[in-house]
Design a binder for this molecule. Structure first.
Ligand code: IVH
Length: 679
């Protein structure tokens, strides 16, 4: 008896010591003991636990890597919604933000703010009950995320157990910590190199790498990924009140959570807040991790409460987005790409150049009209810019660098891939290949089909799809379901384990949901949002297949253009035969209560928008496409029914008319920021 007691005491002491040294190492970045000493403690803990499995507890530091999750992640409902942030793009927008706040609070007192780096990672919630970490979950649609507890536990900078408060009080009964899981730039590059060696597809950026890592079904894999965590707020803290955001962050830090104390600053007024945003922007590229802006938050919690929130963002916070970064380089050649819907896009192949920490070797030129407007020629020296996730683009030509040998560009008069005739629909400036069987369209269509948001076939990356098509192993999406291991093994960079994993993923994808299936077909104008709207309305695929244009238009968010595109897709024999082959290959659409299809309104859904003037970041057809995908409608003339007028450079008379009619006017920046809001 005595012996067990001694062992329990020793175990408790070992766990406490290990937790403390973890904290020194991962949270404070200031270890007190050597790695060897730490390892000794850890090995002693493991040895005792091995001899006494009955004494192992969930929060023991030995329990970070658990068993694989069977049957996918379970949904997890957040106790309070995980909101997003409104974006601001200039100092003036920070001032506007402050004016709005002061108006709402009827106050003219100076306001204090906190300004923090906006981490470009993956938002997660950690739920602690008392001191113990119970759940780690993704943001999901803001209301319900996925329970990724077993993966979260593998992240060493996330404590499995919190320290008790210094003042002797108890920890909150329940604490929902919010923060960002991310990967440092160097670790990301190292990981990609290793993946390339193993023939696995590289991650596009550290954020994708972090997101991909926490969504692994096997925590062993997550455990090997160099993930880190910073907390930036809470959802709830039952039984605790905080006076200010700074106090909240300091307290979280004292309880053992990692906080970006080095760069978070309390600012006494908006000028100071703006100055700290500028400072963070100036060091953006020197930081070891990616940030995509700064977050300004009202510091006083009571004021935050008084301000409250809108449907998807709090009124007391603003994301200050950094300016896109630009660099100068040369256009080697202009190439023409054929997309999934046959659209031809001219692309500038560049001499590789670093733009804000990322090497860029291609930039979109949108279409012939854009090329003419900017007078872009092969051989030109140009300024390219990259803003966040957006595909890099050419801002302008440095004409002073012209030698006279630059070649003007003309779009081809036939499809550069299959030689078919080109068509241009409606009033679009976009040229399209008229051949639905064009290899380029088929290739893009298959890549869309397997993508994460569509059928989500993990491991079937772009390069692999290219190989499968080149070798004649797949001609359309349904062929994927007939692939066998002996088809995969001879491919480049393939290994038995990888091939088995891919085939498993192919198999898993057979059971899908209606919104994903509809989206995966790649029907023009049917983005994720419209696919969800359709799924909710029609409930099963057969109903959708039989829907008429009128029926479709009668749904609030579907305009005539989307309706026509759907009807035309679903009346095409080739498409129907593909769909039949998919079902014959074993695709089943999981019955899910459609109330559970996450569908929150986008600010543009069901709204009527008119565009005027020239947009600087995209062409009209591109803007139109994005609006349609969010469920909005485009009108050509203003009326009292118009909801928004989007104003580009040199707007016409519409601007004054909109003001008369009381139509809400959106600057290009506001328009972009609203487009980016998630649904
Ligand atoms: S506060 C209610 N602070 O940005 C306020 N968010 O666009 C919620 N993010 O989903 C967020 N760093 O994942 C906040 N210091 C920070 C952040 C931050 C990154 C992310 C977060 C959120 C997204 C909103």
């Amino acid at each position: 008896m005595k012996e067990t007691e001694d062992i329990e005491i020793e175990l408790a002491s070992l766990r406490e010591q290990i937790n403390f040294h973890n904290y020194r190492y991962y949270i404070l970045d200031d270890p007190e003991i050597s790695d060897a000493e730490y390892d000794r403690l850890f090995r002693r803990l493991l040895a005792i636990e091995e001899r006494h499995p009955e004494l192992v507890v969930l929060e023991s530091p030995s329990q970070r890597v658990g068993a694989p999750v069977e049957g996918g992640f379970k949904p997890f409902k957040h106790s309070t919604p995980m909101l997003s942030l409104e974006n601001g793009f200039s100092d003036k927008e920070v001032k506007d933000f402050e004016d709005r706040i002061k108006r709402l609070l009827k106050s003219s007192e100076p306001m204090s703010y906190t300004v923090e780096p906006k981490m470009d990672g993956l938002a997660v919630e950690l739920v602690y009950e008392g001191s113990i970490l119970r759940v780690g979950a993704t943001r999901g649609d803001g209301y319900t995320g996925e329970d990724i507890t077993s993966n979260i536990k593998t992240i060493r900078s996330i404590p499995l157990r919190l320290f008790p408060p210094q003042d002797g009080r108890d920890l909150p009964e329940r604490l929902a910590v919010r923060g960002e899981v991310y990967m440092e730039k160097k670790a990301f590059q190292r990981l990609n190199k290793e993946r390339e060696k193993r023939g696995e597809p590289a991650f596009a950026n550290p954020r994708n790498a972090a997101a991909g890592s926490v969504r692994q079904l096997d925590p062993e894999i997550t455990a090997q990924r160099p993930l880190l965590f910073f907390s930036y707020g809470i959802g709830e803290a039952v039984g605790w009140d905080f006076n200010s955001h700074i106090e909240l962050l300091t307290t979280l830090n004292a309880w053992g959570l990692r906080v970006n104390t080095r760069y978070i600053k309390k600012c006494e007024n908006s000028d100071e807040a703006i100055a700290h945003c500028h400072y963070l922007e100036s060091i953006e590229h020197d930081l070891p991790y990616e940030i995509d802006g700064a977050v300004i938050k009202v510091n006083t919690i009571n004021l935050q409460k008084a301000l409250g929130e809108k449907s998807r963002s709090p009124r007391w916070a603003l994301a200050y987005k950094f300016k896109p970064t630009q660099s100068t380089t040369k256009i080697v050649e202009i190439d023409v790409q054929v997309g999934r819907t046959g659209a031809l896009t001219p692309v500038a192949l560049l001499e590789p150049v670093e733009v804000g920490g990322v090497t860029v070797s291609r930039a979109t030129l949108h279409n012939q009209e854009e090329i003419e407007r900017k007078d872009i020629r092969e051989g030109d020296t140009v300024i390219v810019q990259r803003a966040g996730d957006v595909i890099p683009e050419v801002v302008k030509v440095v004409t002073s660098k012209r030698s006279g040998r630059e070649k003007p560009f003309v779009m081809p008069d036939r499809c550069p891939v299959c030689g078919s005739e080109l068509i241009s629909r409606d009033t679009e400036v976009i040229l399209r290949c008229s051949n639905p069987e064009c290899p380029a369209q088929v290739n893009r269509g298959i890549k869309h089909f397997v993508s994460k948001e569509a059928m989500d076939i993990d491991g079937l990356g772009d390069k692999l799809v290219d190989q499968l098509i080149d070798k004649g192993l797949i001609k359309d999406a349904s062929d994927i379901y007939h692939l066998r291991i002996e088809n995969l093994l001879p491919l480049e960079k393939m290994a038995e384990k990888l091939a088995t994993n891919i085939l498993d993923a192919v198999n898993r994808s057979k059971s899908t949901t209606l919104p994903k299936f509809i989206y995966s077909l790649g029907i023009r104008h049917v983005g994720e949002h419209v696919a969800r709207v359709l799924a909710k309305q029609f409930r099963n695929f057969e109903n959708l297949r039989r829907a008429s244009s009128e029926e479709l238009v009668s749904i609030g968010e579907i305009g005539p253009e989307i309706a026509d595109s759907i009807v035309s897709y679903l009346s095409n024999e080739e498409n129907l035969s593909l769909i039949n082959r998919l079902f014959a290959a074993g695709i089943t659409i999981e019955e899910m209560p459609l109330e559970e299809v996450p569908l929150k309104e986008h600010p543009f859904s069901g709204k009527s928008l008119v565009l005027t003037g020239t947009l600087s970041t995209q062409t009209r057809p591109e803007a139109k496409k994005l609006i349609l995908e969010k469920g909005g409608k485009i009108a050509t003339s203003l009326s009292s029914k118009t909801d928004f007028l989007v104003v580009g450079a040199s707007p016409g008379s519409k601007l004054a008319k909109a003001a008369d009619l009381g139509v809400r006017i959106l600057s290009e920046e506001e328009f972009l920021s609203m487009l980016r809001e998630e649904t």
